[in-house]
Design a protein around this ligand. Structure first.
Ligand SMILES: Cc1ncc(COP(=O)(O)O)c(C=O)c1O
Length: 289
């Protein structure tokens, strides 16, 4: 039976209860963040904490825990659940309120943290590469929903995920309302040509993944590649040498097909492979990727 952390207490998951008037449940008024621990240490925790704080500020939530407090809670939750490499999700909502527009905007937040063993994607996916589909659903316009808020009202991504499922692929590419390449439903995207690496800029309305910024750093510091963030069309990506997507759980996943278009003659390229190895070294993982 797993232990969760709900509103200041470690409790068995089946005893954890949230009000039917919780504003997260009724209105999607909530934020979340995911974290990983590798070898007993949290990976990139300050960056994830910073993004959680940014989401909280945008919705006028006070941060329920300092960085140090939250780190201690996560590590304790890992120990209580006897996890090796853990995957955590913290969800914070505006907490219990009422139905209707006159709802209360100040009060006790709901804060739930769950943890489970981190599940790697099958090694075969990294060896063979995966296929992507270009989604019909466009990314939310940044003028409508600030992409810096990692929000639990995530229907836009869910619609992308459903399209991926329908097409039998792992992930989709979502364009923004201007038709520019933006990101995946829950990942960021990169492609390469010679020694150049391209990725959509924040101006396209993407969520700036923590893995995305680590990969930009590793490209420049470890692989001596120049990264150019910009506004690109799908054609730029289709005529590239390599394509890969990144996220906390996918790490660096090579892409060999986009719709009916084959990338790099269907072969995984060296840059995606070397970047995943560099990411593993950055995590302090001992075994090679
Ligand atoms: C929309 C979106 N883009 C990108 C990412 C990747 O972010 P990270 O690298 O921080 O996991 C996520 C992760 O959940 C996401 O939901």
């Amino acid at each position: 039976m797993s232990t969760v952390f709900l509103n200041g207490e470690f409790i068995p998951a089946e005893q954890a209860k949230i009000s039917v008037f919780d504003q997260g449940f009724l209105y999607g008024d909530g934020i979340y963040e995911s974290f990983r621990s590798v070898g007993g240490r949290l990976y990139q925790f300050p960056r994830h904490y910073q993004r959680l704080r940014q989401s909280a500020e945008a919705l006028c939530y006070p941060m329920p825990y300092s960085e140090q407090e939250l780190e201690n809670i996560l590590l304790m939750l890992r120990r209580r659940n006897r996890l090796q490499d853990a995957y955590f999700r913290i969800t914070i909502t505006r907490g219990p309120g009422q139905v209707g527009f006159q709802r209360r905007l100040e009060g006790e937040l709901t804060c739930l943290i769950v943890a489970r063993e981190f599940r790697e994607f099958p090694e075969e996916c990294y060896r063979q590469g995966i296929a992507l589909r270009v989604a019909r659903t466009r990314r939310n316009a940044p003028e409508a929903i600030n992409p810096k808020i990692k929000s639990i009202s995530n229907l836009n991504s869910l619609l992308g995920k459903l399209e991926a499922k329908e097409a039998g692929v792992l992930e989709v590419i979502m364009l923004n309302s201007r038709g520019e390449v933006c990101e995946g439903s829950a990942s960021n995207i990169f492609w390469t040509r010679d020694h150049w690496v391209f990725t959509p800029s924040a101006a396209t309305g993407l969520l700036e993944g923590v893995t995305r910024s680590t990969i930009i750093r590793l490209c420049e510091q470890e692989l001596d590649l120049r990264v150019i963030c910009g506004e690109y069309r799908l054609q730029d990506l289709l005529f590239s040498d390599e394509v890969f997507i990144t996220s906390t759980s996918l790490e660096v996943m090579p892409v060999v097909r986009v719709d009916d278009f084959t990338i790099n003659q269907g072969r995984v390229g060296p840059i995606a492979r070397r970047l995943r190895q560099a990411l593993h070294r950055d995590m302090g993982k001992t075994e090679p990727a």
